[in-house]
Design a protein. Structure first.
Length: 171
């Protein structure tokens, strides 16, 4: 019976860790996509270029690594020193998560304290990605408004996209 309880505890720890890994990865993927969009919007697009040319630039940017996008944004002067530092720190954590987290955290399934450390680190990654998502979103909004795009137009286009994706509240 004691052995079964030990196995159940390990299974619960594994479930907790994998749930946090998955959420942190989703947050990072969203941030990587939004960051690529912001880079193209702010540094690569030119007035009158058209949808096809814009999509081609976005496709190219989306193929870059997250680190390459951060470097390009920095080179283009799109990041304050504070934001650049936060992006670089998150990149280190992202690379740990993707490349080394499992090997570095093997004891987390067997030891509650080790699990807590991993969960805290994963939660910090997800939280930082969310902060940067909101920040890049605000920078994108400011950029398009500076170029004459209104709130109403943004809201209209957002609703069209949601309807196209079949996820609006009107369904």
């Amino acid at each position: 019976m004691k052995e079964l309880l030990g196995q159940l505890e390990k299974a619960d720890r594994l479930a907790t860790i994998t749930q946090r890994v998955g959420f942190a990865l989703w947050q990072l993927q969203e941030l990587e996509g939004i960051t690529a969009h912001y880079f193209v919007l702010s540094a690569k697009s030119i007035k009158g270029m058209g949808l096809d040319a814009g999509n081609a630039l976005l496709d190219k940017a989306m193929k870059n690594t997250f680190g390459a996008t951060i470097r390009e944004m920095s080179s283009a002067g799109l990041l304050s020193a504070e934001l650049q530092e936060r992006f670089e720190k998150l990149l280190i954590e992202r690379n740990w998560l993707v490349h080394r987290s499992r090997a570095d955290s093997r004891s987390a399934i067997h030891k509650p304290m080790a699990m807590n450390r991993v969960v805290e680190r994963l939660d910090a990654i997800a939280d930082e990605a969310l902060f940067l998502l909101k920040t890049v979103g605000a920078l994108s909004d400011a950029h398009v408004k500076k170029h004459g795009i209104t709130e109403d137009y943004i809201a209209k286009k957002a609703m069209e996209i949601l309807e196209h994706w079949h996820i609006s509240d009107r369904d």
